[in-house]
Design a protein. Structure first.
Length: 264
C-alpha cells in the first residue's frame, strides 16, 4: 500500500489503518490518501476470500478531515480547478469505499471530523471508542461537504439530526453519537480494536458470496422501490441457492457440525 494507509490481512479480515498520526490522519491529495483508498479497495475487491474490513486511525485521531494546509494552498485557485480537484481527489474515496461489496467496520478511535466523519459514514458499521467525537464541521471553515457527506450523513442519523450537525458544526461525544444512531456501540479505548476484530470475526464466519450480495442489497435498498428491490433479491437468491457454500451450510445444520465455507 502507501505510506498513508497500512494494509494488514489476517485470514479473511483486512485492517486498514490511516497512518499519518502527526497530521491527525487528515485527508489530502498531496498526502496520497485518495490513491491509497482506491488502491486498497481495488485490492480487496479482487480478493474474493476477504470477508470483512476494519478501518481505523493511528494515534489519537480517527481522521481530522481535510488538510487545512491544502485548503490554504487553494487560495486564488479558479473555481473550475477546485471543482476538478475534488472530482479527481477526495470524491474518489466514497466511490471506492462506500461501493465496496465487502462489509466494512469503522473503528473510530478518536475525533472523526469533517471528511473524517464522512469517511466513517462510508462504512457499514461504526463502533466508537469512549474518547471518540464526531462533527460535520465544514460550515465552520466556510465550505460545504465536498465528499458526499450531504448524502451519507442523513442516511446514518436521519435528515433532522444531519441538518443540525451540518448547520452548526457542533461536535458530538460518543454518548451523543450512540443516542442518534451514528455509532452502534461504545467500547473503552483500549478495547476498540479487539472489539472490532471480534465483530469482523463473527461476520467473516459467513460465506463470502452471501455476505457481498447481502451488503449490495442493503446498499441498493436505500434508493430502490420495494418492487425493484424484491426483483434484485430474487435474482441474488437464485445465485445464492446455487453456491456450494449454501449446500454446505444446510448439510452442516443437518449433520450438527460447523460448516466449512470455501467461497464457492
Amino acid at each position: 500500500m502507501s505510506d498513508f494507509l497500512l494494509f494488514e490481512r489476517d485470514g479473511p479480515i483486512v485492517t486498514l489503518t490511516m497512518n499519518a498520526a502527526e497530521k491527525r490522519n487528515a485527508l489530502s491529495i498531496e498526502g496520497g490518501s485518495t490513491e491509497a483508498f482506491t488502491e486498497a479497495c481495488a485490492r480487496i475487491a479482487a480478493e474474493p476470500d476477504v470477508r470483512a474490513v476494519i478501518l481505523t486511525g493511528a494515534g489519537s485521531a480517527f481522521s481530522a478531515g481535510g488538510d487545512l494546509k491544502s485548503m490554504r494552498a487553494r487560495y486564488g485557485m479558479p473555481p473550475a480547478e477546485i471543482r476538478d480537484s475534488y472530482r479527481r481527489g477526495i470524491q474518489k474515496i466514497p466511490l471506492a469505499l462506500y461501493e465496496l461489496d465487502v462489509p466494512t467496520i469503522a473503528a473510530v478511535n478518536g475525533p472523526a471530523i469533517g471528511a473524517g466523519l464522512d469517511l466513517a459514514c462510508m462504512c457499514d458499521i461504526r463502533i466508537g471508542a469512549a474518547s471518540s467525537s464526531y462533527a460535520e464541521s465544514f460550515v465552520s471553515v466556510g465550505i460545504v461537504p465536498g465528499d458526499g457527506g450531504a448524502w451519507l450523513l442523513p442516511r446514518a442519523v436521519g435528515q433532522s439530526m444531519a441538518a443540525e450537525m451540518a448547520f452548526t458544526g457542533d461536535r458530538l461525544d460518543a454518548e451523543a453519537a450512540l443516542a442518534c444512531g451514528l455509532i452502534s456501540r461504545i467500547v473503552p479505548d483500549e478495547e476498540l480494536l479487539p472489539a472490532a476484530r471480534a465483530l469482523a470475526g463473527r461476520i467473516a464466519r459467513n460465506p463470502p458470496q452471501a455476505l457481498r450480495m447481502t451488503k449490495r442489497l442493503l446498499r441498493e435498498g436505500q434508493h430502490m422501490r420495494l418492487s425493484s428491490l424484491l426483483e434484485l433479491s430474487a435474482a441474488y437468491q437464485a445465485l445464492a441457492h446455487s453456491t456450494e457454500d449454501h449446500r454446505e451450510a444446510v448439510d452442516a445444520w443437518f449433520d450438527k457440525r460447523r460448516p466449512e465455507f470455501k467461497g464457492r
